[in-house]
Write a protein that binds this ligand. Structure first.
Ligand SMILES: [Zn+2]
Length: 378
């Protein structure tokens, strides 16, 4: 049994923290949250630190070349890669929104078998795309594994492509509304893919390029909008009036990253527009799932936390987007909070994120299924 002692415990984002409390872990579950420490416990001293439930990142990709032919990567190296991308920053659950399904399934199998420790992975497999292409030079620059994505042109082909992936066991369907070259996905194709996904009881995600695509997604019944769309300006009332009940992964850092070669004023305009879209989305009653497009951006989430704060989100709001909100949205009833019988997915932070949001990225320990995924800092 493990006992995390002397920390400040946020059992959930909406509860007052427990100071100097004890979290007991038995196997892969939380046994109790209280004060007593059984004599045979293995102690993890969390003095001066903060304990929260493990984080979800609801927009990642295992499409970088480092994951290619995952079955052949030595366990120790694979473990390091997972730690470097996720464990080091407290992520114990992720939703992969497009990658090579067969490869990501094998990655998940190696974790689930206990061969290596790592996050709980959900994946959409290959995203559905409209006809068109992404230039090889862009894919090379992004460092992605060359993957054939199913192209859909109408309702029938969208239904068939979604059905094939769902029959293969994916956890949701990802639609790309647009590609750099070619016409966008039609509203009929979006609606058909969503219906097929919902028939399987799974969520549907859409990558929009413009506000118009967001509107098509909302009207088509999409569950998660995978990006803000700063290039199309502030979101209008048509979009915002449909936000309630729909989730957004803001990916704010992504825009700043893409604009990094531009003039500072242009960078600020892009970032401020995206931040404004998130702020308006929240005011309109939309749901927020923490999501960064990890794999396409730098791994450190500090900037994303700061930008979410700029959009008016408080520490409890951001913690909810990392824990209780995704657990509820994706139907994981034993994830997202620290309570008896819940998954022993925990994060120990240096410092206090209620005072400085950057502490959310200063992770000392990450535990997944009651095991150390990482002893993060010396
Ligand atoms: Zn993405």
């Amino acid at each position: 049994m493990h006992a995390l002692i002397k920390g400040t415990i946020y059992v959930s984002p909406d509860a007052e923290p427990i100071r100097d409390g004890v979290v007991l872990i038995e196997g892969d579950k939380i046994l109790s949250v209280g004060q007593s420490v059984p004599p045979d416990s293995e102690i993890i001293d969390c003095s001066g630190r903060t304990i929260t439930a493990g984080f979800w990142n609801s927009h990642v990709h295992f499409f970088e070349r480092k994951w290619a032919n995952v079955a052949a990567i030595p366990a120790a190296e694979l473990q390091r890669q997972l730690h470097y991308m996720l464990g080091r920053y407290g992520f114990t659950s992720v939703f992969d929104l497009s990658s090579m399904w067969e490869n990501t399934r094998q990655l998940r199998d190696r974790i689930e078998s206990g061969e290596i420790s790592g996050p709980r992975i959900r994946t959409t497999g290959e995203g559905l795309v409209p006809p068109g292409s992404v230039p090889d030079v862009v894919l090379n620059m992004m460092g992605v594994i060359k993957t054939t994505m199913p192209e859909v042109t109408d309702a029938a082909s969208a239904t068939a492509a979604a059905r094939k992936l769902l029959d293969g066991g994916v956890d949701g369907i990802k639609l790309f509304a647009t590609r750099p070259q070619g016409a966008p996905l039609s509203a009929e194709a979006v609606r058909a893919a969503v219906d097929e996904t919902h028939r399987a009881g799974k969520p549907c995600f859409l990558h929009p390029g413009t506000g118009e695509h967001v509107l098509i997604a909302i009207r088509g019944g999409v569950d998660v909008i995978a990006h803000t769309t700063p290039s199309s300006g502030a979101w209008n009332e048509d979009i915002l009036s449909g936000a309630r009940g729909i989730a957004l992964t803001p990916t704010l850092t992504l825009w700043k990253y893409y604009a990094r070669h531009d003039r500072v004023s242009a960078q600020e305009k892009v970032t401020n527009t995206a931040v404004g879209q998130l702020r308006d989305w929240i005011s309109a009653g939309g749901t927020v799932l923490f999501g960064t497009d990890l794999g396409a951006v730098e791994y450190d989430p500090t900037e994303e936390y700061l930008l979410m704060t700029q959009a008016g989100m408080t520490f409890p709001d951001i913690l909810a987007s990392l824990t209780t909100t995704p657990a509820g949205f994706f139907g994981e009833s034993k994830s997202g909070r620290i309570a008896e019988g819940f998954d022993a997915d925990l994060v120990v932070l240096d410092g206090d994120p209620s005072k400085d949001i950057r502490a959310l990225a200063a992770v000392r320990h990450t535990l997944t299924r009651g095991k150390y995924a990482a002893q993060n800092l010396s």
